[in-house]
Write a protein that binds this ligand. Sequence first.
Ligand SMILES: Nc1ncnc2c1ncn2[C@@H]1O[C@H](COP(=O)(O)OP(=O)(O)OP(=O)(O)O)[C@@H](O)[C@H]1O
Ligand SMILES: [Mg+2]
Length: 257
Amino acid sequence: MKISVSGKGGSGKSTITALLAREFARKNFNTLVIDSDESNTNLYHILNLDIMPTPLMEMVGGKQSIQRKLRQAVGFQFLSKGMTIDEIPDEFIQKKDKINLVVIGKILQSNEGCACPMGSLTKEFLKKLNLRNNEIAIADMEAGIEHFGRGIEDYVDVLVIAIEPSYESIGLALRIKELAEQSNIKKIFAVINYNKSVSQNIKEKIEKIIREKFELVFSIPYSEEILNFGIISEKFSESRDVRESVKCLATQILEEI
Ligand SMILES: Nc1ncnc2c1ncn2[C@@H]1O[C@H](COP(=O)(O)OP(=O)(O)OP(=O)(O)O)[C@@H](O)[C@H]1O
Ligand SMILES: [Mg+2]
């Protein structure tokens, strides 16, 4: 199963990706996290991995390097025949406790050019990735809707839309839903992520709006632990109520597909 996590900037895409990956790993799935955000570099850290793997962009010959030709050969095999998680060369994947991470590419310098090649590579990667029955891939997408224009969502089964409690985020979620309905996605999950503390009254209003528009609605509570991690960057761990909410989401995803 291939899952993509989309939504407004800062709505909690990376947090939800990491929480879901941990839950699927607990359920004994070999889980591949695909970091498809070309700007932020902290996903490996949220996954409690020590380092970020070399971006796959390098595997297909993206940057200058002595090993360029060798990597291109491996990259060529990937682009032509596809690969399983096990076949991804060590340099490009970080593994820990059934969680694996690959990074598509990062813009690290000014004047490096646009992110279009990274979008194309994400699409090609999702298309050619061969998953076994006990494997799940989750892609943490860049903020916004550009990836829909690139057709990336044609190669995922499930879309998780992260929605923070804001007017813009709800509006964007509705736009994403419309776009997703034009793709090959089988199921759309709306996840209201309380990345800020709001009153019960506001919660009810948001949930009412979302439930009117989406069939599968879940929420993740506001969590001091998650916020704290974002600020002081220690080891990431979720509280019991966050874990329970993610467990419900993961279970439903597995049931729907
Ligand atoms: N449920 C939550 N409770 C408290 N804080 C949260 C929660 N979810 C996310 N946050 C905080 O909100 C911020 C944004 O979260 P995150 O980085 O996951 O969003 P994102 O959508 O991936 O952002 P970007 O668009 O920049 O990639 C982080 O500081 C994170 O710690
Ligand atoms: Mg992110």
